[in-house]
Design a protein around this ligand. Sequence first.
Ligand SMILES: Nc1ncnc2c1ncn2[C@@H]1O[C@H](COP(=O)(O)OP(=O)(O)OP(=O)(O)O)[C@@H](O)[C@H]1O
Ligand SMILES: [Mg+2]
Length: 207
Amino acid sequence: MKAILIANPKGGSGKTTLSTNIAGYLASRGQHVAVLDLDRQKSATLWLAQRPGELPVIWPLQNGEGKRAEAADWLVIDSPAGLHGKNLEHALKLVHRVVVPIAPSLYDIQASYDFLQALGEMKAARKGRVQIGVVGMRMAPRTRAAVTLEQFLRQLDMPVLAYLREAQLYVNAAFEGKSIFDLPSYQAEHDVAQWATLLGWLEAGTD
Ligand SMILES: Nc1ncnc2c1ncn2[C@@H]1O[C@H](COP(=O)(O)OP(=O)(O)OP(=O)(O)O)[C@@H](O)[C@H]1O
Ligand SMILES: [Mg+2]
């Protein structure tokens, strides 16, 4: 079983959007996917509850049920804002990849930098067991936010795996329990293309 944690200290950075779309992508590839929702707001669980029965199944897991994911090919963990300390270390034990979505503001970039630095110093990351990558959320390349983010990340040696533009497509898909990968390509093609490097990184070495 391969497992991914989506985490960021800031609220509203795009964790649930990223988690649900990663889960939707993997399910669309015929993988057995479970989503573990660590957030008391239960947004990922709500998304799953809206999901139409004819779409590829994604299995919902609640806090404490992580062990039940062993039968799955993939476990995607959505986490609450501010996950840190022991809870973060516990979640890290379950995964081999961490994806950190960052919203386009100086405050988000600064707080995320501090988080990434702390994450990089944790044992799982230091030993190379867990790899960490960043996604510029609601961000376009070469904007001020993107350039600033890259300046910060240069000090950490962590890659920006994608810039995902702000698009109503994500908002509308979420209302229906869908990911952008569940939409017809004439609607989603442009946004799906922005995921290529991120998806390659998630799947690298997992065959
Ligand atoms: N690329 C995008 N385009 C448009 N809207 C987006 C995009 N990414 C996220 N959003 C919107 O931004 C808001 C916050 O996103 P999301 O709920 O995924 O963040 P979160 O980090 O899970 O928040 P919380 O910390 O509250 O759990 C949501 O309304 C979501 O629809
Ligand atoms: Mg969320």
